[in-house]
Write a protein that binds this ligand. Sequence first.
Ligand SMILES: [Zn+2]
Length: 184
Amino acid sequence: MHDEFTSLMSLVLDREVTPAQATVLRQHVAGCAECAATWREWQAVDVRLAAAPLVLPPASLMVGVAARLAERNAQRQRRRRLASGLLLAWGGTLGALWLVTLILAAWGYSHPLEAGLLLSSGAQVVTSLTGLLSGVQSFLRSLGQPVLALLSACFVSLTGGLVLLWVWVMVRSDMAQGSVTVTE
Ligand SMILES: [Zn+2]
């Protein structure tokens, strides 16, 4: 069986596709006997579910329904995995950027001479950037150590909060998925 088209069938029946995707499925089904059979079966299941939702369908139909529900759940899980992966990547990137910024700032703060040398040597290449960096450096120096510590603490608690929020969202959606599966 062609899994990508099975997924597409589920999406088409749920009306969650673009006309172009529907055309892709139609064209594949026209040339693939196996998928055509699956597609006919699923359409029949869908029509009967819509027409007589209160009548208990025969056992053979239940198998088709179960397959379709399983596919839908798998699809939801794939979507959720993708979403959490993106969130994780985004959070990781943000965290890394913050860390690099803090380390650079701390280094510039504790080595003003080297930072100044580095800045002046790069000055010919990127004058505007250098101006910005030395501006940031003098700004940080005027802030002083306690404020830097406070900023770091803010960053750590922000990151921790994001992680907790992510865990909470994941747990909640797992619970919601469980109840949906039961009521379907
Ligand atoms: Zn096929």
